[in-house]
Design a protein around this ligand. Sequence first.
Ligand code: FES
Length: 572
Amino acid sequence: MRKPEELRSFRWFGPDTLRGFGHRSRLKQLGYRREDFTGRPVIAIINTWSEINPCHLHLRERAESVKRGVWQAGGFPVEIPAFSITEMYMKPSPMLYRNLLAMDTEESLRSLPVDGAVLMGGCDKTTPGLLMGAISMDLPAIYLPAGPMLRGNWNGRPLGSGTDSLKFWTERCAGNITAEDWSDIENGIARSPGFCMTMGTASTMTALAEALGLTMPGASSIPAADSNHARMAMNCGTRIVEMVWEDRKPSSILTRESFENAITVDMAIGGSTNAMIHLVAMAGRCGIQLELPLFGKISRRAPVLADIRPSGRFLMEDFFYAGGLVALMGEIRDLLHLDCATVNGKTLGENLAAARIHNPEVIRTRANPLFTSGGTTVLYGSLAPDGAVIKTSAADPKLLKHTGPAVVFQDYNDMDARLNSADLNVTADSVLVLRNAGPLGGPGMPEWGMLPIPEKLLARGVRDMVRISDARMSGTAYGTCVLHVSPESWIGGPLALVEEGDPISLDVESGRLDLVVSGAELERRRARWVKPARRYERGYMALYGERVTQAHRGCDFDFLAGDAGTPEPEIH
Ligand code: FES
């Protein structure tokens, strides 16, 4: 246990110096007494609340619950706003800004007089962004997931974020539902605070934060609107104060084994493909290199047990009532490293001791999995020398071994202009290829990977095709979509060399993605390829363009990866 004078914040508030006087007098200006903050753990509540982030609508109230917990445990809470990445509105892609949030978090924690942090987020990129920053700063930290919203509702039918928007939009394009139906769906699909309640990136990443041991047990499954959520927030407040005294930092929790647990859980929940990029980046901040084949290896041994859309039938609210992530992890405990540490001071195994599934329809048992092996497959081949991924659990099984002629779109605008034209030479066997949608090409790897099915094929009843891009795909999306092709086309990856009609072969079972064109022909095409001009000359985008890594390396900035540590500021 640390002593009060060993607290980091004591460097600001303890010394009998002119600077110490300044630091204390300004907290007194806020109405606090010296004994309120001196020698007490100062807890940063890093809040990604914003009026334009509906997923975090309730986080101001939750910050008050955290504060109550911090005060009761003898700490001193300070709420600090952080860059709010709102998935729905931020263009061209919110992924561009994950690293900015990570820097914001790291630098706020580094430069301010705080001893520990409660990190409040949940909307897709906010979880990895907050955690990457906190990992690099390595102060005691708890992640507080915003929680999923309640089920959507349309005429008594449950609606799932993203998944059902995509599904019913397809039906609308096919003329099967009316404009009035579509308007009613718009009214019913998002009806409470919280993040997308399918197993999209938000539900996936918060579950993985829990699997890593960075949340209170059970926290990631609690719906945002449930009063359990406010009590969990208060528990985060009391626990973080204890963690500061114990000096329990991310570096004492995160290990290669805890990341293997997260990958195992990712497979068992049928998690978003985006998790692969984020886990690689988060592990990179710990100095742990996660290679894509590890995901493939774990995927083969971990069954999918969460029957949640888009892979399954139910929604996150059902998952919570069925026992939540604790119940799911209990069912795969033999596949997990149970001695990994967690923020509550117990091992993962101890936290799972009472795990029980309440509804085996929603959280399947090992005897009755949704899929016998994991939801994600890593592909390599002449089209993806550094790897690509496919969410097999959300794909049409008939297309998992397929060879077809390429229909190539140079970029999103080209696809938008030509996809539905009557003279597009496309059949259900074609392979749709979208390029210039990767980390630099997008830029920011937008979630364009679920390319729409051309309307003339929709009218013929086609609902899935093989689609290939260097983009990402929303975790709520579905279909036979090969994503994250690396290296990306913008920097001359083989995707840049595909020509109309080239045969492309996908073989998920053998983990292959190949462009069936001779090496000599590809060399001729490479000699003709022209590197695109640099796009941004100033600002964050210029920094991003210079320093972001490719998908298989997590899209972190090269200068932020690694565990070299962040120096403490001098106080003069
Ligand atoms: Fe925030 Fe989906 S829009 S999680």
